[in-house]
Design a protein around this ligand. Structure first.
Ligand code: ZN
Length: 78
């Protein structure tokens, strides 16, 4: 998506904007206090609506994610 090609439909009409998460980003099942309000770079396909979000990471957000979220270890085989 970042390079202008839609990952879902293969179209070439990808636009970039920003998405501000009003309700916050939190660990699964965490309460309201566990939420942070991140800003995402949003890549949206105008042909099919597929959207990809990239959180704008700073040191605080990265450590929030690493400390609070459920890590999914990479699988050796797909
Ligand atoms: Zn698309």
């Amino acid at each position: 998506m970042r390079y202008g090609r839609c990952g879902a439909c293969g179209g070439g009409e990808v636009y970039r904007g920003e998405y501000v998460a009003q309700s916050g980003l939190r660990a699964t099942g965490a309460g309201k206090l566990g939420s942070k309000q991140p800003v995402f770079d949003a890549y949206v396909c105008a042909a099919c609506g597929h959207t990809q979000l990239h959180v704008q990471l700073d040191a605080k957000m990265a450590s929030h994610i690493r400390n609070k979220f459920d890590w999914i270890p990479p699988k050796k085989t797909l």
